[in-house]
Design a binder for this molecule. Structure first.
Ligand code: ARG
Length: 540
């Protein structure tokens, strides 16, 4: 609100060349305390007015005038604006009292498709899949809070030549009891063994190819085994989703597209995009400085790219999305660039609305956690251990794991450490949960009236933090980065804890006003944590 008012006045003062929208973008948060609440830098105006920035700032400062300004000053080329604290506090506390504070409507009537989680069947659920699940889920919640209708799709990896290998391995060494008891372990054991032995024994690779062919042709035994493996794997994954409290609108894996790729290939061919290359069919992407996208291999099988292309077209047909987000690790950047460019070349106007929402790796001791080299930690063990360390409270334990992931800008790598996740001091989930519970218990100690005429100067920074929430929910979605919210909540909590440490709240003549403020903190903390996919606990 105050920014709109300032921008309108600035436009009026500066003349027609400057629109309120552009001027609003120029407004800054002053870097130093005592330099006001909002700053307007005048440097970009120097050429236009042929004056130095400080003189412009002085002119502007003298003309700004509105009841919500407590004062203005010109300093070093900036106009510093001081807001009327009691007016603003009243306004902010009124808004923050609503349960849907920070909600937006700009996405109304539009769909956002999210491709998230996407673990591979017959393999353990990796840390990469965990990151995708947690980030994707939060983005879906943020999309919804901005008015969009999100569609969460779990595109499980249930197709590809590796399943031929797996079937061949199972034929040789598979044991039914072990499979039923701990399916992912058994399947990954025989899979690893297959690759070990295949180095010595090429006939294994041959057998794997054979099984894949049988699978592709829909042969009964192969199909039955495959769907059994798939079922068992999905059951395991569901246990994880349940702990994270995450659901999908659609679980549709790569295999669904196995018999639908002919249409895609035919379409590419018709548009003259397919080229022969050493017996394979590719789409060249030279003009984008990208390597060609492999569509059909020389042995006539399709690829990961062909399936993703087919799935993308199918998703557009079904959902008419405004944006289609692929929450997948940054090692797949090239893949998604290629998919997008192929669709662009094929003339699909919606191709630019496909976005790869990439994220960094989960590291252990600075190295990638990998299934192959035994550097893997099973996710279920992590969640279990987190719960134990959180005194048996699953909401806090799981919340700690989620927050640890989301507080990092998504592009950055994350060092995995249970200790770091679960401490109460520092920037952790438990710290936020604890702050929340403390605030709740405070409001339970007394009945109070909703009063917004708070007189505490020391509350101003906290009140201003509350005021930022709607901007932050919007920015988190626009940047597709839940860490915006995570970091915001940490700041809000710090300001709250500081205020609380220095201000007596109960049994004071400002109690109603102070508890009204605390209640607003509670509302925003709760909403923010929920947007990250975390639960709040009332008592800790
Ligand atoms: N299953 C894949 C993997 O684990 C990720 C799939 C991501 N989504 C997609 N549409 N390609 O690497």
């Amino acid at each position: 609100m105050e920014k709109e008012i300032i921008a309108l006045q600035l436009a009026h003062i500066l003349g027609e060349e400057f629109t309120p929208e552009d001027l609003k973008q120029k407004l800054e948060q002053p870097k130093h305390n005592g330099h006001g609440d909002i700053a307007f830098p005048c440097f970009f105006l120097a050429r236009h007015f042929r004056k130095n920035p400080q003189n412009i700032a002085e002119d502007v400062s003298a003309q700004l005038d509105h009841p919500i300004f407590a004062g203005t000053e010109a300093l070093n080329g900036y106009v510093n604006i001081f807001l009327d604290q009691s007016f603003m506090t009243d306004h902010i506390l009124r808004r923050a009292a609503h349960n849907d504070y920070g909600r937006h409507r700009f996405g109304e009537g539009e769909r956002v498709v999210l491709d998230l989680s996407a673990p591979n069947i017959a393999k353990p659920f990796s840390m990469g899949h965990l990151r995708s699940t947690i980030i994707g889920n939060s983005l879906s919640l943020l999309a919804e809070y901005c008015g969009y209708t999100p569609v969460k799709i779990n595109y499980v990896g249930d197709y590809g030549t590796q399943f031929g290998h797996l079937l061949a391995a199972y034929e040789r060494w598979g044991e039914k009891d072990k499979l039923e008891e701990n399916p992912l372990k058994e399947l990954s054991n025989i899979y690893v063994r297959f690759h070990e032995e295949a180095k010595q024994n090429p006939s294994l690779t041959e057998a794997g190819r054979d099984w894949f062919k049988r699978l592709e042709e829909g042969e009964e035994e192969a199909a039955a085994l495959w769907s059994h493996f798939r079922e068992l794997s999905l059951e395991e994954f569901d246990r994880i989703y349940e702990q994270l409290d995450i659901t999908f609108d659609l679980t549709r894996g790569e295999a669904y597209y196995s018999d639908k790729m002919g249409e895609t290939i035919a379409m590419l061919d018709e548009k003259g995009l397919l080229e022969q290359s050493e017996g394979a069919l590719v789409v060249r992407l030279d003009e984008y400085d990208l390597p060609p996208c492999l569509m059909v291999k020389s042995n006539d099988t399709t690829t990961y790219a062909t399936r993703d292309l087919t799935a993308a077209i199918d998703r557009y047909r079904t959902y008419r999305f405004t944006e289609s987000l692929y929450v997948v690790g940054n090692e797949q950047t090239l893949h998604f660039e290629q998919i997008q460019k192929v669709l662009e070349k094929a003339g699909f106007p919606w191709a630019p609305s496909m976005k790869h929402i990439s994220f960094g790796m989960m590291l252990q001791d600075g190295k990638k956690m990998s299934t192959r080299k035994g550097r893997t930690i099973l996710l279920e063990d992590v969640l279990e251990e987190a719960r134990e360390r959180a005194g048996g409270n699953a909401d806090i334990g799981t919340g700690a794991v989620i927050f640890h992931d989301l507080k990092h800008q998504r592009q950055n790598d994350v060092e995995f450490s249970l200790d770091d996740m679960l401490t109460f001091e520092g920037n952790t989930g438990p710290y936020l949960q604890y702050t929340y519970a403390r605030a709740v218990s405070l409001t339970e100690k007394a009945d109070f009236d909703f009063r917004t005429d708070l007189k505490d100067g020391s509350a101003w920074e906290l009140v201003k933090q509350l005021h930022l929430f709607p901007d932050e929910t919007k920015r988190a979605f626009i940047q597709k980065d839940p860490s915006v919210i995570a970091r915001y909540l940490l700041k809000l909590s710090k300001h709250f804890n500081q205020y609380y440490a220095h201000t007596k709240i109960l049994q004071t003549d400002q109690m109603n006003q102070r508890l009204t403020l605390v209640q607003a903190v509670i509302t925003v903390l709760k909403k923010g944590l929920h947007l990250l996919g975390m639960k709040t606990v009332e008592k800790m």
